[in-house]
Design a protein around this ligand. Structure first.
Ligand code: CMP
Length: 141
């Protein structure tokens, strides 16, 4: 298995509800390493750019409004198979469909207010990490 890096975002609900510590604890107990992290309040432009692939979806405006409603914690996670591993830890987009013990099952309210984001492929991880941490950051040991 390859060592990978992936982007996790603790969304405004996770920050607002004081779940940063528990979520990071889940990542660390699962063997993932925090390589970088920053707390930022995204601008509308940043959120629109990040979610550009969803711009034609009916929930786009709601998604951008939610992601700019308060600070988010941007995290670079690293570990074996980190992209898929993080997505297993997150659980399904809709918390009603998420497995027991996953972050979204534990903390998310709805499909939109769902506590965490995780890159869904190697291509997305590289793009998303570069988007928030800069291209020079990619795969720095
Ligand atoms: P995320 O992994 O951040 O990537 C796209 C986001 O769109 C997804 O998490 C959800 O939070 C959001 N999303 C997907 N479907 C819906 C929906 N039907 N209504 C609102 N938001 C949604």
């Amino acid at each position: 298995m390859a060592i990978e890096q992936t982007l996790s975002i603790i969304k405004p609900d996770g920050v607002r509800n004081h779940h940063i510590g528990q979520i990071i604890s889940i990542f660390e107990h699962a063997g993932l390493t925090i390589k970088a992290a920053k707390l930022v309040h995204l601008t509308t432009k940043q959120a629109e750019g990040f979610y550009a692939e969803h711009s034609q979806r009916g929930f786009f405006r709601e998604l951008v409004d939610f992601m700019t409603s308060g600070p988010v914690l941007l995290i670079c996670l690293e570990g074996e198979n980190a992209i898929a591993h993080n997505r297993e830890l997150m659980g399904a987009t809709d918390p009603a469909q998420a497995d027991a013990g996953t972050i979204r099952k534990l903390y998310a309210e709805s499909k939109g207010v769902n506590t965490v984001h995780g890159s869904d492929s190697a291509g997305s991880a590289a793009r998303e990490l570069a988007y928030f941490f800069g291209s020079a950051f990619e795969f720095v040991g």
